[in-house]
Design a protein around this ligand. Sequence first.
Ligand SMILES: *Cc1c(COP(=O)(O)O)cnc(C)c1O
Length: 373
Amino acid sequence: MKIPFNSASLTKKELEYVTEVLRSGKISGNGIFSKKCTEFIQNNFGIKQAFLTTSGTSALEAIALFLDLEPGDEVIMPSFTYPSTANAFLLRGAIPRFCDIRNDTLNLDENLIEALINENTKALVPVHYAGTACEMDTICALTKQYKLALVEDAAHGIGGRYKDRFLGSMGDMSAFSFHETKNIISGEGGALLINDEEMVERAEIIWEKGTNRTKFFRGEIDKYTWVDVGSSFLPSELNAAFLWAQFEHLKESQDRRNFLWKRYNEGLKDIKGLDLPQHPEDIIHNSYIFHVILPNGEMRDGLMKHLKTLGILAVFHYIPLHSFPVGHSLGYREGELPITEDMSKRLLRLPLFHTLKEKEQNEVIKGVRQYMQ
Ligand SMILES: *Cc1c(COP(=O)(O)O)cnc(C)c1O
């Protein structure tokens, strides 16, 4: 492909910081770079306590472990998401209850959530699609009223805002992803975000294999013990050093992404029959995805093919979770979530990464125009 869909955007400092870690002789987790990254997340995104994890998936798994879910418990989430959102809770024996989405933001339709809540419901998991916030006022009111845990899957969401609050800072617990395809990357990586002070101590223990070793490292106790269930969720310092280089350049990377996102928007907005991303006035998204919505599935596939012949890779997602074999085994059938199914067939994502050149972007825009004529 002449123009890839994604390319890992580096800042030139990654190698230097990783080398620094190698020279230091201390490469396991929770070292100096991990602390820098953690503090950066806390200071810049309004998070009470952050813990780096080996992936966004593992952050969600730590959250599900924390919630002490039991077989039969239910967790409400969109079907229009990545399997990790559901797997984390399935692993604990809980049942995902899929809620349909809005046809503008492609986020949970806040008006359909309440009908899914029952005595088994334990948590509500909004996914902020493309770094565009879900309707959090309504969602927070529901979790308060029904005493549910609020878990933000903010895998797309770093830096995005709902009114004056950052994505990831509103849930009791939230997850970021630093996978190669996201805005800020460390190869594989993520963060567990805790916003309830009372949850911090236990989260730290679950994160460190069920031990209070972090307390021991801080000198608060004279030996560490096994005190709870847990797992190894922390990444090595090599990943943290890489991530720190990304954080240092966050503003430049984000500005570049916003610039390219707006450029797509300007370049495509007058095309009849092509819907562009929509979001409410009072939210600030993070330009994670630029997608177009075609009038129907055949045209989506047609545009994807046309771009391919021009050497441009455009991709679609998400195939709704409820339409996969695992979704069927949970009792779901096609037709149950009409907006999710419709959007999934008509959506196409255009190449978007920091190092995409304007000349390349022009070719993508031209290719889309050609097809839509
Ligand atoms: C990427 C992603 C995840 C998983 O993150 P990883 O870091 O790849 O494990 C979870 N949820 C959503 C919505 C994602 O896009």
